[in-house]
Design a protein around this ligand. Sequence first.
Ligand code: FES
Ligand code: FES
Length: 159
Amino acid sequence: MAKHHVSTTVNGDAVEFLCETEQTLLDCLRDELDLTGAKEGCSSGDCGACSVMLDGRLVCSCLVLGVEANGKKVETIEGMASGEKLHPLQQKFLEHAALQCGICTPGFLIAAKALLEKNNNPTETEVRYWLAGNLCRCTGYDKIIRAVMDTAEDMRKGA
Ligand code: FES
Ligand code: FES
């Protein structure tokens, strides 16, 4: 069957690609656009490793079809740093050693960024609930939660 032509915006750049009807957005990002930051953990919407923003909404890209990105704005982990300058969340994850293997990290960062853009003064419980859809099998959650809380505090201070 003929492939679909998708026109979208990824991290601010106009992008076009061809994909099969059944290809997920995650597969399109990784296989068609070489954006391998979003990870495939479960392929069933349970782990959050594939998290991206689609028109400002946090989504599991394994549950979205590539064709659904047509005409929409996609934001991935590749767009989080500004050139060499890490996003404050990325910096705090490093400072707090909030990662080990790193498979879950892009998803946590995308999800945490979405939270802090809505609410830069979350309680720890709110952070834990917000990130409940992101699973980490090696770091444990405390360092990740500390990194997010610390970033939020800096944001409030205007750092
Ligand atoms: S790979 Fe998408 S939620 Fe796990
Ligand atoms: S750092 Fe390995 S799964 Fe989270």
